[in-house]
Design a protein around this ligand. Structure first.
Ligand SMILES: NC(=O)c1ccc[n+]([C@@H]2O[C@H](COP(=O)([O-])OP(=O)(O)OC[C@H]3O[C@@H](n4cnc5c(N)ncnc54)[C@H](O)[C@@H]3O)[C@@H](O)[C@H]2O)c1
Length: 284
């Protein structure tokens, strides 16, 4: 049974990870968070050691041969938590965005070599069946496709007051939210030739991007779509139109487990996401 530890246990996304660890038959042996509202863990891993002190947590990791440390802390802390985990002789599973700066990505590569451990990422959208099929069909043809992405994912008032709305901590709307579809665009349609932002405020960004195999118009928004389009009774609207064919990728919450299964097979290494890391780091 693989041993896991997790950083950021009290947060939103940690709960998905705890479920995944259970489903891949892992054992969560330790967790860190300075917030202590983590009682839910008793129904999953009642013997999990809980730390509110970072140094004590990493000492525990060093002495207990942990297979994977899962990093679910706010994004600006990922780099520090990844390197400390590699140094403690553990592999890492880090949430998107793995890092906010290219220099940090390079330092992680060096740390992986130094400590002989690997850093894997959560980028679950690559596991959506419809998008996998689309990638296959695009790879067979050599043409430039006409693409539009509409990515509404409503966030309430809390978002504007949290670390996620601070560019230095989350990278801003593009790094924190649009990263999902930028990764998919590069993965399916190839490298970037031209990029332009046509509208930007703290709840919506629009732009165009020309890729090897696509000319893309995109919108990312955390506004309430119900106020804009009364026919839509959902807080999400995530669609891609490829040559006018609509692909709906609204439901990707359950892809974390698929991502874990890939990581257990040593796929989804951080180097697979170099293009999106470098692209978004330049935009900040
Ligand atoms: N893949 C996805 O779909 C997805 C979805 C949501 C979040 N995320 C990513 O997951 C990460 C966490 O996001 P979230 O929504 O869970 O945020 P969150 O704010 O809900 O949770 C972060 C947790 O980290 C804790 N924390 C803060 N500083 C810490 C420190 N120094 N040491 C230990 N714990 C610390 C906080 O107390 C909090 O409990 C972010 O990088 C985010 O981009 C990914």
């Amino acid at each position: 049974m693989k041993k896991f530890a997790l950083i950021g246990l009290a947060g939103f996304v940690a709960k998905k990870h705890v479920n995944c660890i259970k489903k891949v038959n892992g054992n969560l042996v330790a967790a860190l968070d300075f917030n202590d509202n983590v009682g839910f863990i008793d129904s999953h891993f009642p013997k999990c050691k809980f730390f509110i002190n970072e140094n004590k947590f990493f000492v525990f990791l060093k002495n207990n041969s942990i297979d994977y440390v899962v990093v679910c802390s706010p994004s600006h802390l990922h780099f520090k938590h990844i390197v400390k985990s590699l140094k403690s002789n553990s592999n890492v599973i880090v949430e998107k965005p793995p890092v906010l700066k290219v220099i940090d990505y390079k330092r992680i590569q060096k740390a992986e070599i130094k400590y002989k451990k690997r850093c894997y990422c959560i980028f679950q959208l690559r596991l959506d069946e419809k998008l996998k099929k689309l990638k296959k069909s695009i790879s067979l043809k050599n043409k430039v496709n006409d693409v539009e992405i509409i990515y509404y994912t409503y966030r309430g008032d809390w978002y504007y007051k949290s670390w996620k709305n601070r560019s230095s901590l989350s990278g801003g709307l593009l790094v924190n939210i649009a990263i999902h579809f930028f990764d998919i665009l590069f993965w399916i349609f190839g490298n970037v030739n031209k990029f332009k932002i046509t509208k930007k405020n703290n709840s919506e960004v629009k732009g165009i991007i020309k890729l090897q195999k696509a000319s893309v118009k995109w919108t990312v928004s955390i506004k309430n779509i119900n106020n804009e389009n009364k026919n839509i009774k959902n807080r999400f609207l995530r669609i891609m139109k490829v040559n006018k064919r609509v692909i709906n990728f609204n439901k990707f919450d359950n892809l974390h487990l698929a991502n874990y299964k890939e990581i257990m097979k040593r796929n989804f290494h951080i180097s697979n996401f170099e293009t999106v890391i470098k692209f978004l780091a330049k935009l900040k």
